[in-house]
Design a protein around this ligand. Structure first.
Ligand SMILES: N[C@@H](CCC(=O)N[C@@H](CS)C(=O)NCC(=O)O)C(=O)O
Length: 219
């Protein structure tokens, strides 16, 4: 049995960010399905491992880490042959961290604040400020990218994995307008060329968008 276990569901963007990182690092891992809709994450056995009852959860031979951003950094720090995906240099790391916290606190929250009320309480009417938050998120990414291929410049980092896992799911709510956000559109296309992208993120993102698109009314 693999010593690394990832708990999750592939429709979940933060789970997919971890899968992208695991695949980029060529790590073997076991995937344990946690069905949020069936309430698996509220079962005692899961709560003992993650009292915050969120996926993804990483169990690395007994070391429990949750929050995708903490997981991807842990994986690179522990297993990567180079620090390219999560630089050790203080200044470079601070910039990658900024994008990671942006995903955690702004981009992903724009998604979660629409998705969770629908999935758990069947809230289908979405106030304009919530879809505006998605547009703001795309706008910030567009600015961060500037003329660069990746969100932190010339080099692919874990911040790309986290932001892309979320950004590729947001069209469930607001279409990514290629004319308005050409850099975001080109960046996502660039990431799609990674050999492991489709399996680690693409398929789950498509499933997520298909599941939600057309279910909601935007006010
Ligand atoms: N900041 C967290 C967010 C995790 C999160 O909210 N995951 C959702 C699924 S996409 C979840 O587990 N929801 C169940 C719950 O919060 O009870 C991360 O990046 O891991």
């Amino acid at each position: 049995m693999a010593s690394i276990v990832l708990y999750g569901m592939n429709i979940s963007p933060p789970v997919r960010a971890c899968q992208l990182t695991l695949r980029a690092l060529e790590l073997e891992y076991e995937f344990k399905e946690v069905d949020l809709l069936a309430g698996d994450h509220r079962q005692e056995e899961f709560l003992k491992k993650n009292p915050q009852h969120t996926i993804p959860l990483l169990d690395d031979d007994g070391v429990l880490v949750w929050d995708s951003h903490a997981i991807v950094c842990y994986l690179v720090d522990k297993y990567a042959k180079s620090d390219e995906l999560y630089p050790k240099d203080l200044v470079k790391r601070s910039q990658v961290n900024q994008r990671l916290y942006f995903d955690a606190s702004v981009l992903f929250m724009a998604l979660r604040n629409i998705c969770a009320p629908y999935l758990y309480n069947n809230v289908t009417e979405i106030p304009k400020e919530k879809s505006d938050n998605v547009r703001d998120g795309y706008g910030h990414l567009e600015t961060f990218l500037g003329e660069n291929p990746y969100v932190n410049g010339d080099t692919l980092t874990v911040a790309d994995f986290c932001c892309a896992a979320t950004a590729s799911s947001l069209p469930a709510f607001v279409e990514l307008d290629a004319e308005k956000y050409p850099r975001v559109t080109a960046w996502l296309k660039r990431l799609q060329e990674l050999p492991y992208y489709e399996e680690a993120n693409g398929a789950g993102a498509t499933k997520y968008v298909d599941m939600l698109k057309g279910q909601l009314t935007f006010l």
